[in-house]
Ligand binder design. Sequence first.
Ligand code: ZN
Length: 158
Amino acid sequence: MREFTLDVPAPQKWGEGLVSVPEGESVLVDVRLESVHEGILATGRIETEYSGVCGRCLTDIVEPVEVEFQELFAYPEMEATDFGVQDDHVDLETLVRDATVLALPFQPVCQPDCPGLDAATGERLAVSTGTEQRTPLDSRWAALQQFTPDHDDEEPRN
Ligand SMILES: [Zn+2]
């Protein structure tokens, strides 16, 4: 069994969504390689940061992400698997990239209760003042909804 700690830059941008791990971002990988009958078992943890924009208000965000992984790299003469031992080496890059990309949030938010943008002004609701923004609309406001412009082409309000 061998253990390694690797600190490598992401070789390219990882992820195609609203957030991604940018090229050159530091990717910390703690990995334990164990010799097993069928090949080499790689178990470890990835720590890096993703950046992009909040899916609701488009504010820039940078957040840490941590992923655990375990994968068997099979010897070539064993049954075919996604990953194989090649010339006594295991190539962790694809494994680390795929695990990281899968861990990226599909709907990233700058804060769990980000209220998004004001439908009328396009301004961020989170920066306008006070705790009032955190409370849901109550029935006293319902009467105003008939005065709002047509929002049929927008996402439903909740
Ligand atoms: Zn936001």
